[in-house]
Design a protein around this ligand. Structure first.
Ligand SMILES: Cc1cc2nc3c(=O)[nH]c(=O)nc-3n(C[C@H](O)[C@H](O)[C@H](O)COP(=O)(O)OP(=O)(O)OC[C@H]3O[C@@H](n4cnc5c(N)ncnc54)[C@H](O)[C@@H]3O)c2cc1C
Length: 454
């Protein structure tokens, strides 16, 4: 017998016919609940047993309920808009706000309920990122920038007063923002940043100058009107040493804070806004807007990068699972050379079977790490890097195989997988390039000596 979760998995992976040579009218066929399809009607319920790893991927009933709630939301609200908003490069602000108090209540997923959050853990972070990315990784990237780079960071590193002041509005969705680390001339070499903040004793605050690049949610409009997102955590130099970096809250409307440009025509993640932000003598009140210790932000940065990388790895899982479902559906429906489906061909079997095995390997790695990750501490850098390094490449490879299995259809936007392939590429760059993971991991592995067995 199939386990309940396996039945859900199979039931969701149903499709419509690809046999007519015409493009389908809806991109959401995988969300159909029809009981049989051309792709899967020969499927024998008793012939397959999936290893039950449900307790790893949904460690508690709460995680299971969260995943189920997300799947419903994604099917009803995210999937119908994904193709159009990505094609037009528009961030769906209205839908995003539904992730807050007016709907899902997950914008402050990891935040203590005292400050308007849901008080959940790293496994919950992975559940949400996997499910949103099953349909729209770009929308999920905006969610990640807001809920992890801004919200989780402030919740972990801010004072009680700062949490009271800033978190309720950003957890509810009244305000949308992100985090500013990268600069036009400093990305991987993040401590090479040039943005700086000088303390003004008379004014009791810092004067911030510099330019930040590639900032997700940096602007919320498409008008290139100079308007910024609502609230950001910004890293800037505040001392002589390379590590003398401090983190500040910068809010929309502060004098001297503007959007330099919205970055258009990205390869993927097109429904997520990316912008250059400019800080021109922005005054930052020292008593309220400095997060953590002055010159102490490298620790905040490293600690938050762990959950960021795990979130990005979970996004890769969503991309891989959707790609797998799409190629399975197509292979089951497409007839060729007298065979009623493509499953008859060994080369197609290889694409599908290897994709599934790699997806499951990545999934076990991600949830294995997430289930033991304590968000209030740090020290999981090796595996945060490792999960992202493995899953980003895995998801791009699986999406690539899906395009291959689906032939010309796979090459067209309506069939989703070409978008997933383009989105997957970002995961090899954003939040740390593959090469930066190689570097970090080898540093840690070398220090560790013999690799421990437990
Ligand atoms: C869509 C998108 C959204 C983003 N969102 C944000 C955001 O919200 N906030 C934010 O702060 N940043 C954001 N980023 C920036 C992202 O984190 C950086 O692009 C990334 O860190 C790489 O930096 P870089 O682009 O400057 O490349 P570089 O650092 O210039 O790297 C170029 C190449 O050199 C390699 N390289 C560099 N140093 C080494 C080394 N020591 N050893 C080996 N190879 C090396 C890199 O691996 C890469 O292949 C975003 C980027 C994109 C594209």
């Amino acid at each position: 017998m199939l386990s309940a979760s396996a039945r859900v998995f199979v039931r969701r992976a149903v499709g419509t016919s690809h046999g007519h040579g015409s493009l389908r009218s809806s991109s959401s066929r995988l969300f159909s609940t029809a009981s049989s399809s051309a792709g899967f009607d020969s499927y024998d319920d008793d012939s397959v047993t999936l290893t039950s790893l449900n307790s790893m991927f949904n460690p508690t009933e709460e995680h299971k309920a969260l995943r189920s709630m997300l799947q419903t939301f994604v099917e009803r609200e995210v999937e119908p808009q994904a193709l159009e908003f990505n094609k037009k490069e528009i961030f769906n602000v209205d839908l995003f706000r539904k992730l807050g108090d007016s709907g899902m209540g997950i914008l402050g997923l990891t935040v203590d309920p005292e400050y308007g959050g849901a008080g959940m853990d790293a496994a919950a972070v992975c559940v949400v990122h996997e499910e949103l990315s099953y349909s729209d990784p770009a929308f999920c990237l905006s969610y990640l920038a807001h809920s992890l780079l801004l919200v989780n960071n402030l919740s972990t590193n801010g004072s009680h007063e700062q949490k009271q002041q800033f978190l309720p509005d950003i957890c509810s969705g009244a305000k949308i923002g992100g985090m500013c680390m990268s600069e036009p001339n400093a990305g991987t070499d993040v401590l090479g940043m040039k943005s700086n903040a000088k303390y003004d004793a008379e004014k009791k605050g810092f004067i911030l100058n510099g330019t930040k690049m590639w900032i997700t949610n940096g602007t919320l409009t498409n008008d290139n009107d100079g308007s910024t997102g609502d609230c950001f955590l910004v890293y800037a130099r505040t001392g002589e040493k390379k590590s003398d970096v401090t983190q500040f809250v910068v809010e929309k409307g502060m004098e001297g804070f503007s959007c330099g440009q919205k970055i258009n025509d990205k390869l993927g993640m097109r429904a997520s806004n990316t912008a250059e932000l400019v800080f021109d003598n922005v005054f930052i009140p020292a008593d309220t807007h400095v997060v953590g210790e002055v010159n102490g932000a490298t620790l905040c940065m490293m600690r938050n990068l762990e959950i960021e990388r795990l979130g990005l790895a979970a996004m890769a899982l969503g991309i891989a699972r959707r790609s797998l479902d799409e190629m399975k559906g197509y292979a089951g429906e497409r007839s060729a050379f007298g065979a009623s489906n493509l499953y008859q061909f060994g080369q197609v079997q290889k694409h599908i079977a290897e994709s599934y095995a790699e997806y499951m390997a990545g999934r076990c790695y991600v949830y294995g790490v997430a289930n033991s990750l304590d968000l209030s501490t740090y020290g999981n850098g090796l595996d945060a890097d490792g999960t992202k390094l493995y899953c980003a490449q895995m998801s791009k490879n699986v999406a690539d195989r899906a395009i291959q299995v689906m032939g010309g259809y796979g090459y067209v936007g309506e069939y989703v997988v070409e978008r997933l392939w383009r989105d997957a590429k970002l995961l090899e760059i954003g939040g740390g390039t593959n090469e930066s993971h190689h570097k970090n991991m080898c540093r840690d592995l070398r220090r560790m000596g013999r690799t421990p067995l437990d």
